[in-house]
Structures are given as structure tokens and as C-alpha cells.
Ligand binder design. Structure first.
Ligand code: KG4
Ligand code: ZN
Length: 339
């Protein structure tokens, strides 16, 4: 008997090789292989990332299928991240997906990584009760490469109503963390240290950008100059105030994000709201979002941490909705670094 629509999903846009198996929107497996090689360089090294994807993709797929208890013959379609991302990394996932689809004679589904981050809210965990957003739905997408407010009218119908004009929020975490001497990605470390710090200890500049757009490059420069001045007077300044610096920085970034989200809800009148992307794993952002939601009567959605950072389950759920609409691509599809 046919068991439903089973999709193999591949994500390789940056430095995580991830493979998931999804059946009718339910996750059967979702494996992520992180690349630790970049930590020492202060950012992802594209050439090292694509080489690591090449080494990881076959064993991770093999494990994902085994964990799901699914054979290659049961896969109905292969969904993969077409972009945006690092071209070399995307090429590995795209080529692998093409080869798999060709060998099995099954459809190929190209997925936009950003759309997938937003649709992570619709992932069903096998057997678990899940509350799903209804449309129209607003989503703050905050990751290492993007900071956007997206209005979803339907699963595959999205409009970007706010965007960063320079750095992404995750970049602000990572670049400021680098100034503090943390390895890449610095976001999780800042989050951890901030829990022991005073968020009112220092004040950093907040941008004044019109409408629903964001800016984070000024904050990074402000943070750099602030530390340069303090270090002139006390070379141990960072060491002595690490937790307070993290807490104050995190509080500034969170404030900027929540502020614009409130504005977006007021402008659109939408109270069905979610957060997504790697930075939405941040504990203060999550708390502030819950607080604001309760205050304003929002119906809020926060994905599990494993579905906020890059993962193939989100590619699988997007692939599933594209499958239902017959949105397939040909073997001539090529990855795109930017849309
Ligand atoms: O979505 P993602 O995994 O990859 C991109 O598509 O960019 O996001 C990675 C970003 C990095 O900038 C990382 O520092 C940030 O998410 N991040 C965090 C936390 N966990 C990951 N930022 C703040 N707090 C966290 N707990
Ligand atoms: Zn991402």
C-alpha cells in the first residue's frame, strides 16, 4: 500500500550539510552535519565549505534514510536548496539531488532557502501535536545572511515588506563577537554569556531607518569604536566586562528587531506572527517576542531550535507544498547565489 508522499530533502547552502526525509509534511528524519573547520577563520570559508559538503553528503543521506526507515525506492521526489547561498556549497547539494532524481526517475524540486526558513513553521513532527499558523501570517526571518519581515498570503505566496539595507542581524552578532574574540558563529556564545550579564550596562546606537527596513552596520561600527576607546584605558576591558557587553549588545539587537515587528503588525493589522532563521534561536529574542505577543494579543509561533538554524526539514516541507502543486524543475536547473 502507498504510504503517502515521501520527500528526500537536501540543504547545503552554507556550512551545514543537512538531509531530511519527510512524509506528508511529517519529519521522519532530519540530520545536520556541522562544519567545525570554519571556527578558526572568523567566518565561513567557501572553498572549505564545499569540500566538506562533498565529503558529508553521501553518508548524511545514508543515515537520514536509515533513521527514517525508508528505502531509496520509497522516495517520491527530491527537494534541494537552489539558493541563495554560497555557490560552491549549493552546487554540491544541487548535483547530488539531480543525480538521485535521475537515477530513481523521480521529480526534482528546487527550493528557495528563505522561503523554507519561513515555512519551517509548518513542519509536522511525527506524532506530535503541532499548532500551525493561518494566513495571512507575518514572519520575522533573521539569519546570518538575511533580516526580513515577510508577509505570507499562502504557503508559496510571500511578499518581503521589510529588509536590511546592509548587514543581517546574525552578522551583527557574528562580527561583534569576532571583535570580542569569539569563534564563528558567535551568536550562540553571546546568547550564553549574556545570561550572566547586565543588559543595561552599556548603550549602543540604534539605527533610524525608515519604514520596516533594518540596518546593523552602524551598530557594529559603534561597538568597535566603543571597545577601541575603552581598551586604550584598560587593556583588560573586554575580559572584565564580557558578560555585560554580550547582554547589552544582545539587548540592542533584540530591541531593533522587535520594534520593527511591532510596526509591521500595526501597518498590516496582522496578529498571526512568527520568528524564523538562526537568530530566532536567541533566548532573549524568544522571550521578548513572547512578552510582546502577550501584551498585544498576537498569536505567536516559534519553531523548535533545530528548525531555526539551517536544516533540511524546512526544505522538505517547502518541497512538499511544491509537490502538491506540481512545481517541479528540470535537470537543467542551476543553483543561484542570490535571487
Ligand atoms: O539560519 P542560519 O543557520 O544560517 C543562515 O542562513 O545564515 O543562521 C546562522 C546565524 C549565525 O549568524 C549565528 O550566529 C546565528 O544564526 N545564531 C544565533 C544564535 N544561534 C544561531 N544568534 C544569536 N543567538 C543564538 N542563540
Ligand atoms: Zn539559513
Amino acid at each position: 500500500m502507498k504510504k503517502g508522499i515521501t520527500i528526500l530533502a537536501i540543504e547545503s547552502s552554507c556550512d551545514d550539510t543537512s538531509v531530511a526525509v519527510i512524509r506528508d509534511g511529517h519529519v521522519l528524519s532530519n540530520l545536520v552535519s556541522n562544519q567545525e573547520v570554519h571556527g578558526a577563520y572568523g567566518g565561513v570559508v567557501p572553498e572549505l565549505a564545499s569540500r566538506a559538503h562533498q565529503a558529508n553528503i553521501v553518508p548524511v543521506t545514508d543515515l537520514a534514510l536509515k533513521k527514517a526507515g525508508v528505502s531509496t525506492g520509497e522516495i517520491d521526489a527530491v527537494a534541494f536548496t537552489r539558493g541563495p547561498g554560497l555557490l560552491g556549497s549549493l552546487l554540491v547539494g544541487t548535483s547530488f539531488a539531480k543525480g538521485f532524481a535521475l537515477a530513481r526517475k523521480i521529480p526534482l524540486i528546487a527550493v528557495n532557502h528563505l522561503q523554507a526558513h519561513v515555512l519551517a513553521h509548518f513542519i509536522l513532527d511525527n506524532g506530535e501535536e503541532t499548532r500551525l499558523p493561518v494566513f495571512p501570517f507575518l514572519c520575522l526571518l533573521v539569519s546570518g545572511g538575511h533580516t526580513r519581515i515577510i508577509l505570507l498570503k499562502d504557503y508559496l505566496e510571500m511578499e518581503v515588506i521589510g529588509n536590511t539595507i546592509d548587514d543581517a542581524a546574525g552578522e551583527a552578532f557574528d562580527k561583534c563577537g569576532k571583535i570580542l574574540g569569539f569563534p564563528y558563529p558567535a551568536g550562540p556564545m553571546i546568547d550564553l554569556l549574556a545570561q550572566q550579564g547586565n543588559k543595561k550596562a552599556f548603550t549602543f546606537s540604534k539605527p533610524s531607518v525608515k519604514g520596516l527596513d533594518f540596518s546593523f552596520s552602524g551598530l557594529k561600527t559603534n561597538f568597535l569604536y566603543f571597545l577601541r576607546d575603552r581598551l586604550k584605558k584598560d587593556k583588560d576591558f573586554i575580559e572584565k566586562h564580557k558578560a555585560d557587553l554580550c547582554a547589552s549588545l544582545q539587548n540592542t539587537i533584540t530591541g531593533i528587531l522587535i520594534n520593527k515587528l511591532v510596526k509591521a503588525s500595526q501597518v498590516t493589522g496582522i496578529k498571526e506572527i512568527g520568528i524564523a532563521g538562526g537568530v530566532s534561536a536567541n533566548s532573549e529574542l524568544r522571550e521578548a517576542f513572547v512578552r510582546e505577543g502577550q501584551k498585544r494579543g498576537w498569536n505567536i509561533f516559534i519553531p523548535k531550535v533545530s528548525y531555526t538554524t539551517d536544516n533540511a526539514a524546512m526544505i522538505g516541507i517547502t518541497g512538499y507544498y511544491k509537490y502538491l502543486r506540481g512545481e517541479f524543475c528540470g535537470q537543467d536547473v542551476v543553483p543561484v547565489a542570490r535571487f
